[in-house]
Ligand binder design. Structure first.
Ligand SMILES: Cc1cc2nc3c(=O)[nH]c(=O)nc-3n(C[C@H](O)[C@H](O)[C@H](O)COP(=O)(O)OP(=O)(O)OC[C@H]3O[C@@H](n4cnc5c(N)ncnc54)[C@H](O)[C@@H]3O)c2cc1C
Length: 402
């Protein structure tokens, strides 16, 4: 009997199980996940789940009955310690050895840590898992002073949630604007204003030098000496792909586990998908590693089909969303390498889009409270639209009519 093993019980691992069984795989299927929970969704962790408005029971993608019914052998709370690619076997932290015919690595990413003094103090948190939220939530009491290090989407979502919970929030960002790696200056400015309007203090150009406190953090000191008092700190300065298992097994890795367009690693029996995988994007002609629900979902689907020898290229126009207060930011496509930006609408109107073009082709769009533009853009980007710039800039003309 063929054995398929999946390591990593997150978004990608869960999707791969779905696809394998849905597509008729009847052999042995094993899921190894180091977290003790059934595979669950992470986006609510910085939003409604953190706020206590989304029950724990709603986080898992599937109930336990689903795994029983589909004969999925769960090894939860168990870590894959060693991968021996030549022998096609995995050793778990309790010594169990599982042999596979095909293996899928869905190892995710882990929060980047700050190496500065005091980073280990109690009250300094990262946010990736249910366990992290359980540590953070008691610190978010009304009136508590929270310092968020990092003005990326996780930092800003967390800041917004904490503010809604009654905390006094300061966001420290090293760059000169928020979300600077992923959005246009107009969008950064809009979100800075929104956070400011809700009483969050945003400090850009702030480089954290150390965390202070005896047992517990009580302040954050930046280069230049400015000190921000803190009852708790959340560090949201990006994530790194989890690759150690793959690297130790001799698989090619470079900013993630290197896979081809069929999601195969340098070992043809081993596949990878999700945040941990660095893959080629045929549409854009570049290699990328994406951290988004959409990518984990779609890539895992493609990987599962390829594990079943149904040759399927993973070639999608990626998309991503972020919720901050009552604002929805939707991004589709990859803006890297753009040579022109076109603004549709006015940020003052609270609904606008930024279009990115390269050599006249629409390659990406970010929509703020503008679902219509976003929906249209997904199709136009896929169709490699070369829009008339005047019409593109006219918010009176529906994007889909271009
Ligand atoms: C707080 C937060 C908010 C987010 N919000 C959004 C959002 O609004 N929109 C969006 O598109 N994306 C969002 N994301 C990103 C999205 O959740 C991730 O891109 C997605 O979860 C990636 O899925 P994955 O399966 O690749 O990794 P994960 O979901 O991280 O799963 C990987 C799993 O593998 C396990 N693992 C690792 N190594 C081993 C091992 N050796 N043995 C066993 N298990 C192992 C890990 O413990 C983990 O459980 C958010 C992420 C976070 C953390």
């Amino acid at each position: 009997m063929t054995t398929m093993v999946i390591i990593g019980g997150g978004q990608a691992g869960s999707q791969a199980i779905d696809t394998l069984r849905r597509e008729g795989f009847a052999g042995r299927l094993v899921l190894i996940g180091e977290e003790p929970w059934l595979p669950y969704q992470r986006p609510p962790l910085s939003k409604k789940y953190l706020a206590g408005e989304f029950a724990l029971e709603r986080l898992p993608f599937r109930h336990r009955a689903f795994y029983d019914e589909h004969r999925v052998e769960l090894r939860l709370g168990r870590r894959a310690e060693r991968l021996e690619a030549a022998e096609r076997r995995v050793t778990l932290d309790d010594g169990e050895i599982i042999a596979y015919d095909r293996l899928l690595l869905c190892l995710g990413a882990e929060p980047r840590r700050l190496a500065c003094p005091g980073a280990q103090l109690s009250g300094v948190h990262a946010l990736r898992s249910i366990a992290d939220v359980e540590r953070i939530r008691p610190d978010l009491r009304p009136g508590a002073r929270l310092v968020v290090v990092g003005g990326g989407y996780i930092g800003l979502e967390t800041a917004a949630t904490a503010r809604q919970m009654g905390c006094e929030v300061t966001v420290l960002e090293t760059a000169d604007r928020l979300m600077n790696r992923v959005v246009a200056p107009e969008t950064s400015a809009y979100f800075a204003a929104e956070h400011g309007r809700h009483g969050i203090s945003i400090v850009c150009g702030a480089r954290v030098e150390r965390f202070e406190g005896s047992a517990r953090v009580d302040g954050v000191v930046c280069a230049g000496g400015e000190r921000h008092p803190a009852d708790a700190v959340i560090v949201g300065v990006g994530a790194l792909p989890v690759t150690r298992l793959a690297q130790d097994a001799g698989l090619a890795c470079d900013n993630g586990i290197t896979v081809d367009e069929y999601c195969a690693t340098s070992d043809p029996a081993i596949f990878a998908a999700g945040d941990c995988a660095n893959h080629p994007s045929p549409h854009y002609g570049v290699r990328v590693r994406l951290e988004s629900v959409d990518n984990a979902f779609e890539q895992a689907k493609a990987a599962a089909l390829n594990m079943l020898d149904r040759r399927t290229v993973h070639d999608r126009v990626p998309w991503f969303w972020s919720d901050q207060f009552d604002n929805k930011l939707l991004i589709c496509g990859l803006s890297q390498g753009h040579d022109r930006r076109v603004l549709r609408g006015e940020p003052a109107g609270r609904a606008f889009s930024v279009c990115y073009l390269r050599n006249g082709e629409l390659i990406a769009l970010e929509a703020v409270n503008h679902g219509k533009d976003y929906m249209a853009a997904r199709k136009l980007i896929l169709g490699r639209l070369r829009p008339d710039l005047g019409r593109l800039a006219d918010p009176g003309i529906e994007l889909r009519d271009l």
